[in-house]
Design a protein around this ligand. Sequence first.
Ligand code: ACO
Length: 323
Amino acid sequence: TIRSQVKGCGSYLPAKRITNAELAQRIDTSDEWIAQRTGIRERRIAAEGEYTSHLGIKAAKDALNDAGMSAEDVDLVICATATPDDTFPATATRIQEGLGMVRGAAFDVQAVCSGFIYALSIADNFIRCGQAKTAIVVGAETFSRILDWEDRGTCVLFGDGAGAVVISAEEGAGTTDDRGILSTHIYSDGRHRDALYVDGGPSTTGTAGHLRMEGKEVFRHAVVRMAEAIDTALETNNLTAEDIDWLVPHQANLRIIESMGRRLKLPDDRVVKTVDKHANTSAASIPLALVEATRDGRIKAGDLVLMEAMGGGFTWGSALVRW
Ligand code: ACO
């Protein structure tokens, strides 16, 4: 059986850090309100002239370096982003060029905060059916560019950044002990568009638009949908919550993250959290968290890692990976 094995991961965060206290100087909010409701303390913001592809290229290079591989080894680049450099070409092709690649295929995936799970799912399927041998899956975002900086209900929640993983085809016995992606599960329900959307685009307004969100509505759905996606991932592989070594959730809100951990009865230190430092980086949040937890020695080869996410659309999903 062919399985997509994780060979390495990488990340990049813009240098500029903005704390809650700094935001409170510009809008009517406080460190206490933001930290209590979301767990966020600070976020990174891309510099002028620093685009999503620039963040993605740095994360992808870091991931290749971590994998001990070069761009020549790669035949597929998928970039999950809701904040592409331009309407077209795909940001993934900018990343492909930045890596010096002149072969293979590169394209973007748009599933907002679930984008990384979607892109990983697609790359895994390309690899398992033999159409690609090695893929780079990038999640890269500059949400600061689509925030309404006057709307305190949304602008405090997001940040910029990028993360990437390199996965390659490996032959295995096909058991859940084999290293690699065990399964991915993706879902969407377009009826919920109005709960989380951007009020602009090339075909509607001809502008980039700003993010609009009904936070309570998103919260309510997120908890239910992600729990379902987790259950499906475990059932599909005949595994139980006790088998999980690490939960690496999309980093939107500490209360959602912790409620998922509690539901799985996972000890708190088995749930990877970066939302305090990165805020919600949309498609970049899971690979950013993976990098942090592998580099500091928490996630090790052979560990069972469960990822889950939910985003605009709504879209949601999960992935179970033997690291
Ligand atoms: N600072 C101070 N007060 C604020 C702020 C702020 N930054 N933002 C809102 N408030 C006020 C509101 O105006 C409101 O005041 P009012 O009662 O006088 O009208 C009060 O705080 C409560 O506002 P709510 O929106 O009801 O606050 P809630 O407890 O629901 O928390 C939050 C809001 C944090 C957004 C929460 O709903 C949430 O986290 N939802 C999930 C959102 C999410 O995770 N989105 C991303 C997932 S999908 C994706 O990643 C794309």
